[in-house]
Write a protein that binds this ligand. Structure first.
Ligand code: SF4
Length: 270
């Protein structure tokens, strides 16, 4: 028996299994993403505070609060960032856009500083003010004009990018929540990329879709390669896996629904 031939055959089988497992992982995640996309609207738990979430979920009446919250979602815990438009509105006694529009930049800054709303009160109060101005100037005081009329995903992402302080991460997150959770109709989903979030990156690495030296661009292009019609489909399933089971240390693989196919590449630096 030639053992080198046997070893070759075994290696080929291992490679084939790896491929099969990867295909299976991709199809499970896509299925989960589609399931989340197709289920009826459910109230989104933005802040874990029912009173604040009630207002943020009322996107028909207060679309500007959604846009403002997205712009605030930087370098602080999401729950705190998403509470900011509510806190400012409470301070002035109204959630209406016309009331927010009356606020001078200095007044917004004072509210931010006195209530310590953000880690970067000076910059973020300015972005808050500029977001209100842009909604007034470009969207006729109605932020839902950003997504009205079934625009393409590229148009929605681009419109969010046009807000001062909103980068690619915020813009794609904003478009993804609109599509997946608020069920806003869009012409396509091509431009909704995966969010380079820490949980998502860790899960993508442990599934060996990317390596632990991959950068954000690699993550984004891998998701595009795996599902060009909607790269962001992986966002919520991977985020949930990362948050619930795939901990940085001691992942709870036995409870994770990917456990039968996951290569379980454990690198505790990710
Ligand atoms: S099986 Fe384990 S390592 Fe793999 S994704 Fe799930 S929790 Fe993470």
């Amino acid at each position: 028996m030639d053992f080198s031939i046997l070893a070759n055959i075994m290696n080929q089988e291992i490679d084939q299994n790896k491929f099969n497992n990867q295909d299976k992982l991709i199809s499970i995640l896509k299925e989960k993403g589609s399931e989340l996309f197709n289920k009826p609207f459910e109230k989104i738990d933005f802040t874990k505070n029912p009173e604040i979430d009630e207002v943020l979920n009322n996107i028909e009446r207060y679309p500007h609060l959604y846009v403002l919250a997205c712009v605030m979602d930087r370098q602080i815990k999401a729950e705190r960032a998403w509470s900011i438009p509510y806190e400012v509105s409470k301070e002035i006694g109204s959630f209406e856009f016309t009331s927010l529009f009356k606020l001078k930049e200095q007044k917004i800054k004072e509210i931010f500083v006195s209530r310590n709303l953000h880690r970067f009160n000076k910059d973020m109060s300015k972005y808050f003010y500029l977001t209100i101005q842009r909604i007034h100037n470009n969207y006729a005081n109605n932020a839902s004009n950003i997504w009205k009329g079934k625009p393409s995903s590229a148009t929605i992402v681009k419109r969010f990018l046009e807000f001062d302080g909103a980068g690619v991460k915020i813009a794609t997150m904003a478009a993804n929540i609109l599509a997946r959770d608020f069920k806003i109709p869009m012409r396509d989903y091509f431009s909704i990329d995966i969010s380079p979030d820490v949980h998502i990156t860790r899960v993508f690495t442990r599934l060996r879709f990317i390596t632990n030296s991959s950068n954000i661009e690699m993550l984004i292009y891998t998701a595009r390669e795996l599902n060009p019609e909607w790269p962001g489909i992986f966002d919520l399933p991977c985020w949930q896996i990362g948050r619930n089971w795939c901990n940085p240390k001691d992942p709870i693989c036995k409870d994770c629904y990917l456990t039968n196919f996951c290569p379980k590449f454990m690198n505790f630096n990710i």
